[in-house]
Write a protein that binds this ligand. Structure first.
Ligand SMILES: [Cu+2]
Length: 66
């Protein structure tokens, strides 16, 4: 399981936007986002570069910090 920290989420709408953005990536599944900690976790069906994940998060309006 992969784990990333995301900055900028403030409500459940943000959580859904991030989940949607990550779930749309080829190779990513089982996305979970915890609003309180800002941590997103997901499983990789195949290798997905962190830059690709970060770009998707950024496109949704948020930022990967770790
Ligand atoms: Cu929000």
């Amino acid at each position: 399981m992969k784990s990333i920290k995301i900055k900028g989420m403030s409500c459940q709408h943000c959580v859904m936007a991030v989940i949607k953005a990550l779930a749309a990536l080829d190779g990513v599944k089982d996305v979970n986002v915890d609003l309180k900690s800002g941590v997103a976790t997901y499983e990789e069906v195949k290798a997905v570069a962190l830059e690709v994940v970060a770009a998707a998060v950024k496109k949704a309006g948020y930022e990967v910090v770790e």
